[in-house]
Design a protein around this ligand. Structure first.
Ligand SMILES: *Cc1c(COP(=O)(O)O)cnc(C)c1O
Length: 396
């Protein structure tokens, strides 16, 4: 039996999303740009999906652009605002040290082109405050990009307050809300958001589809040249089956958001409680403001990769939480940002829960993790040195 606890990487598609996609894949195959009646019907389906996505974010349909996912939305949001600011001469972008690589690598590219990026520290708890953002903004600031929820350690950031600071200082505010949408309530107006990235496969929709919300008045630049789809901001024939799947998934998840969060949070807290009894370990991320489904620990004296492989042999599918490709020895930038030394950062485990998980699965996972941690520690010479007092313990 398999226990899938890697829902921050991607999620299983819901029946609602599958049903919406299947009919489009089988029958609704015309191009929405075609003038014949089937094409025009596809155009209607496309615009209905846009209305649905907009409504669930509190946005206008004309403010929603369909993209290939979270990475593309992040790239387009940041590059559009930065390049538009060139004519004002403003060249500083404010972000956090623990953004997703889709944001960080886009910003690195802009740094190489002459922009300045300020990376706000996220402290031991892994969060930033609106006051930190306010203090960092100056007359050279052209953009603030702060994620709504961290994909590794699950911190929920004070987006509404950060948005209010940006609004007050008239600086455009982008949020990578890929981990938040469908899991916690998002409303672009109430939360003062100017640009927002989302991705369907993180909320039980299909992969390879996402959206960028851009408030009316924000000028987008297209990353892909070609046809006039998406009002000239994203060329290419629309992926209508995926768009319909995404809209169906978003409707379903946002309709049940409170009940799902309650159920998932209860499983999360049970798992955290169970794993907290492992000595020389630490729960990472903000303990109070935390995604319903995120559990993230570091265990001293353990290699994350070995932990994952052994858990897999028990049928538990987990992650180290670090997005780095296997083979790389670099520890997670997120764990370094919250102040862990390399040794501790290497021993990480991320277990992310969805509404498809059960209490029983959580109950089976707790002893399995304990057993695997113990087994790996017993095999480790470094651990033996610590136990014998030759090397100090770093975690209580
Ligand atoms: C998954 C993820 C992305 C990338 O989304 P894709 O649709 O896979 O490109 C970006 N940001 C965050 C926070 C994510 O979790």
């Amino acid at each position: 039996m398999k226990i899938y606890l890697d829902n921050a990487s991607t999620t299983k598609m819901s029946d609602a999303a599958l049903a919406a996609m299947t009919s489009a894949l089988k029958e609704d195959y015309a191009n929405p740009s075609s003038l014949h009646s089937m094409g025009q019907r596809m155009k209607e389906l496309l615009e209905t999906a846009r209305n649905d996505v907009a409504e669930r974010l509190g946005a206008l349909p004309s403010e929603i652009y369909f993209t290939s996912g979270g990475s593309e939305s992040d790239n387009q949001a940041i590059i559009s605002v930065a390049k538009s600011a060139l004519k004002t001469g403003k060249k500083t972008i404010i972000t956090t040290a623990f953004e997703h690589h889709a944001v960080l690598h886009t910003l690195e590219k802009l740094e190489s082109e002459g922009f300045t990026v300020k990376y706000l520290p996220v402290g031991k708890t892994g969060n930033v405050s609106a006051e930190q953002v306010a203090a960092a903004i100056d007359e050279d600031t052209c953009l603030v990009s702060v994620m709504a929820a961290n994909n590794e350690i699950g911190s929920l950031l004070p987006i509404k307050e950060i948005g209010a600071v940006c609004k007050d200082k008239r600086v455009p505010f982008h949020t990578d809300a890929v981990q938040a949408v469908g899991h916690v309530k998002i409303n672009v107006n109430k939360q003062n958001i100017d640009l927002l990235s989302l991705s369907a496969h993180k909320f039980h929709g299909p992969k390879g589809i996402g959206a960028l919300y851009a408030r009316r008045g924000v000028r987008l630049k297209s990353l892909i040249e070609g046809g006039a789809q998406e009002r000239g901001k994203r060329a290419g024939t629309e992926n209508l089956p995926a768009i319909l799947g995404m809209a169906a998934a978003l409707k379903e998840e946002t309709s049940n958001i409170e009940a799902n969060a309650k159920k998932i949070t209860a499983m999360r807290d049970k798992l955290i409680k169970g794993l907290s009894t492992i000595p020389h370990s630490v729960l990472n991320g903000d303990t109070k403001n935390r995604l319903p489904g995120n559990v993230h620990f570091c265990f001293e004296g353990i290699e994350g990769e070995s932990l994952l492989l052994l858990l897999d042999s028990y049928g538990i599918e987990a992650s180290s939480g670090s997005a780095c490709t296997s083979g790389s020895l670099d520890p997670s930038h997120v764990l370094l940002a919250i102040g862990h030394p390399h040794e501790i950062a290497h021993g990480s485990l991320r277990l992310t829960i969805s509404r498809y998980n059960t209490d029983e699965e959580i109950e089976q996972t707790i002893p399995a993790v304990k057993k695997v941690v113990e087994r790996l520690r017993n095999m480790s010479p470094v651990w033996r040195d610590k136990v014998n007092g030759v090397k100090p313990f770093l975690l209580p």
